[in-house]
Design a protein around this ligand. Structure first.
Ligand code: DX5
Ligand code: ZN
Length: 218
């Protein structure tokens, strides 16, 4: 079954604990935590202190998406904050293999992510080492943007490599996910869909999650 990872970027930060419990009750699989530094992406959001304070409010795995320069410097602190998965951008890691090993050394699942303009070939040599490949379907920095259609071809390519090489990493897609785009992603081979505005902008989160799941047809 498809996994749904609500992005708390679209939640009401004044009552984050309650918002997270709401999506957990609504059937979410992961809590997607968007960490932005104002350098790699043009926005500043969540730091490790917030990850610390949300962890006691949920049983769900924290899926921490680091949109920051020099991610190596923050792996330990997010691991201590209770991250289950830490995902780093290929674009920020000159020694990507080393960074992935660093995440694993902290007992956390390691993910790699690429921007819409980054070719999938740039992560081909690390797909054996990761637990998750995240494909950005918007330019990172903000919620509420439109899905970039070319991502579908990238999902298909990564899914084909996974099959050929009998690997087991998850394929996650992030940005502009709604009922219409969810089906395109799952047909192409995605396993995890991140959705911010499509879930938190609705008053009934359970219905919103079920709607995406149903539309995804998986
Ligand atoms: C974008 C973030 C996404 C974003 C998704 O930089 O990585 O996780 O919050 O939001 P929606 O679902 O609204 O596109
Ligand atoms: Zn994200």
């Amino acid at each position: 079954m498809i996994k749904i990872a609500p992005s708390i970027l679209a939640a009401d930060f004044s009552q984050l604990g309650k918002e997270i419990q709401d999506v957990e009750k609504g059937g979410a699989d992961y809590v997607h935590v968007d960490v932005m530094d104002g350098h790699f992406v043009p926005n500043i959001t969540i730091g490790p202190l917030i990850a610390d304070s949300i962890k006691p409010h949920t049983h769900l795995p924290l899926d921490v998406h680091l949109m920051i320069e020099n991610p190596d410097q923050y792996v330990a602190v997010f691991a201590e904050s209770g991250a289950s998965i830490i995902t780093v951008h290929q674009e920020t890691c000159p020694h990507l293999h080393r960074t992935i090993q660093l995440i694993k050394d902290h007992g956390v699942k390691a993910g790699v992510v690429i921007n819409p303009a980054t070719p999938v070939e740039t992560i081909r040599d690390v797909i054996h080492d990761v637990d998750l490949v995240l494909l950005m379907s918007v330019n990172p920095g903000f919620g509420g943007q439109s899905f970039i259609g070319h991502t579908v071809k990238k999902i298909e390519q990564v899914a084909a490599w996974r099959k050929q090489q009998q690997l087991h990493f998850e394929i996650e897609v992030d940005g502009g996910i709604n009922r219409e785009t969810a089906i395109l992603c799952t047909k192409a081979g995605a396993d995890v869909l991140v959705a911010g505005s499509a879930i938190f902008s609705k008053s009934d989160r359970k219905q919103a999650i079920a709607g995406i799941r149903q539309a995804a047809g998986k």
